[in-house]
Design a protein around this ligand. Structure first.
Ligand code: FES
Length: 105
C-alpha cells in the first residue's frame, strides 16, 4: 500500500508516493529531497542513527519515535532523525536549514 510524503519547501511542496514501511531517509534521497548538506551527503553514518545529520521536522502525520536519539529529539522539539523514521502513514515533513555543516543546496 502506498503513502504520501509531502516535503515542504520555500519553492513549493514536493509530493512523493512511496511504499508503507520504508525509511524516510531513503525515500527523501531517492526523490531529490536529501536531508543532507554537501558535506554530510558524503560524511554521514549511513543511517545508523549516530551522526544526527539527517534531521527533519515532522509537521503532520504520525511517526512514533523508536530510536533513543529520535525519542529525545521528539521530546525536546529538535529535528528528528529521518534514518530512524519509518513511513507508515502519510507524512508532512520540513527539512531544516543546516548551517553548521555547510548549508543545503
Ligand atoms: S544518517 Fe546518521 S543519524 Fe541519520
Amino acid at each position: 500500500m502506498s503513502v504520501t510524503v509531502t516535503v515542504l519547501g520555500d519553492d513549493g511542496d514536493t509530493l512523493v508516493e512511496t511504499t508503507r514501511g520504508r525509511v524516510l531517509r531513503d525515500v527523501l534521497r531517492e526523490n531529490d529531497c536529501s536531508p543532507y548538506t554537501r558535506l554530510t551527503a558524503r560524511a554521514n553514518c549511513g543511517g545508523r542513527g549516530l551522526c544526527a545529520t539527517c534531521g527533519v521536522r515532522v509537521r503532520e502525520g504520525s511517526a512514533p519515535p523508536t530510536h533513543w536519539h529520535d525519542r529525545l529529539a521528539d521530546w525536546a522539539g529538535y529535528p528528528r532523525l529521518s534514518c530512524q523514521l519509518t513511513v507508515d502513514d502519510d507524512l508532512v515533513v520540513e527539512i531544516p536549514d543546516k548551517r553548521v555543516w555547510g548549508g543545503r543546496e
